[in-house]
Design a protein around this ligand. Structure first.
Ligand code: SAH
Length: 381
């Protein structure tokens, strides 16, 4: 067993790997080649220990094993929904707990990745928003979520056909643009053709609207962009997504208009949560279409996912259909996102970690919620 202080190599790029090797006494001239070999084992083949690296000298493997680990986050629990969605609660240190969700579909598998433990944004309809920010996740912890999911799904090597994780969305806990450097480092390795090899088109970063960072996300990360819009007027958006007070709708949409790389082939996704009697009128649907005109956009209507104590309800199915029809007529195809994994609290906005033990009151609230949700699902076609 390596000593507990060992550093995990996961999250290091090629250059940092080489530096770590020279730090261990590997000669400068050798470090680059060795780093390339390690890189391939780590990110392409998904090796979990150095002993498995057959093409490397035995002594080298032993030295590596003594100095470093390839540890993934520790799995505290795994839950599997009746619809096949899987949620992992992970831990990387005392109180550092976060969630990752895998959503299998017919033609793809999407991994929803967290960028922070907790969040600073306090969006009033979001469960994560009720959890204070504990800290930013490191590149190792962000990428570790992908590595761990690929382990669990037996999805190695990363260059294989029939991949299980085909898409990654930065839509888990936290605001990725408030953890820009670490998210960028992780996504750079994720989209490296010689690494985890996911195309940038299959990676989407979702933001509540950290306007000054949007141009940098486009030019330095270059993934797809999603915006948590949720309201068409500032007075309402100020309440739902309080960061709007700092960066109002007009500024947000201006940043989208000039987002590097946006085109009709690479549209920006606008997420709009359907909240009963809050933001779900036909007039708001028309206004949504109007304010997005001129932006290469997709619209994603998200039926509100309940959580214990949430101050909102999901719009009625009739209201959602009516809203969707207006959006549809304006040329936006299939705009409603099917809720996935609601029974295990894995759906959009339900993620939250809790280091304290479950109390009876929490359990009762969860049971009540499950009843509410089955009633809600029964009303949907
Ligand atoms: N902070 C980023 C990343 C989180 S993505 C962002 O805000 O975009 C999570 C998505 O789920 C966001 O669009 C968020 O607004 C939405 N969401 C949050 N709570 C929700 C809920 N209870 N029901 C449905 N969607 C929710």
């Amino acid at each position: 067993m390596p000593p507990a202080t060992c550093e995990s190599l996961i999250g290091l790029d090629g250059k940092a790997l080489a530096t770590a090797l020279t730090g261990q006494g590997v000669a400068e001239g050798q470090a680059r080649m060795r780093a390339n070999q390690l890189w391939n084992w780590i990110y392409v083949r998904g090796a979990k220990d150095f002993a498995a690296m057959g093409n490397l000298a035995k002594d080298f493997r032993k030295d590596m094993g003594e100095a470093f680990t390839l540890a993934r986050p520790e799995i505290i629990s795994e839950q599997i929904s009746t619809d096949g969605t899987r949620k992992w609660l992970l831990r990387t240190g005392p109180g550092i707990e976060f969630e990752t969700v895998y959503i299998p579909e017919k033609d793809r598998g999407t991994l929803c990745v967290s960028s922070q433990v907790g969040c600073t944004l306090n969006c009033s309809f979001c469960h994560t928003g009720t959890q204070k920010l504990v800290r930013n996740l490191t590149p190792a912890e962000i990428l570790g979520q992908v590595m761990l999911a690929k382990d669990a799904l037996e999805d190695w090597p990363s260059t294989g056909t029939n991949r299980k994780v085909t898409n990654v969305v930065m839509m888990g806990m936290g605001e990725p643009l408030y953890n820009f450097d670490n998210v960028k480092a992780a996504l750079t390795i994720l989209t490296d053709g010689d690494g985890l090899a996911l195309s940038k088109r299959r990676v989407t970063l979702s933001t509540a609207g950290v306007v000054p960072m949007i141009p940098r996300a486009g030019s330095e990360i270059g993934s797809g962009l999603a915006i948590s819009l949720h309201a068409v007027r500032d007075e309402l958006r100020d309440v739902l997504v309080p960061i709007n007070k700092k960066y109002p709708i007009k500024d947000l949409l201006e940043a989208c208009r000039t987002y590097p790389g946006a085109s009709n082939a690479r549209r920006i996704t606008f997420e709009y949560v359907m909240l009963k009697e809050v933001n779900d009128t036909a007039a708001e649907a028309r206004e949504l279409v109007r304010i997005l005109s001129g932006i290469p956009a997709k619209i994603n209507l998200i039926p509100f996912n309940a959580w214990p104590g949430a101050p909102y309800e999901c719009s009625s199915w009739t209201k959602i259909e009516k809203f969707a029809e207006i959006v549809n007529r304006a040329g936006y195809a299939s705009p409603v996102r099917t809720p996935r994994g609601r029974d295990i609290m894995a759906a959009c906005g339900q993620l939250k970690s809790e280091s304290v033990k479950e109390r009876a009151s929490t359990r009762l609230a969860a049971e009540k919620l499950a009843d509410m949700q089955s009633a809600q699902l029964a009303r949907m076609p």
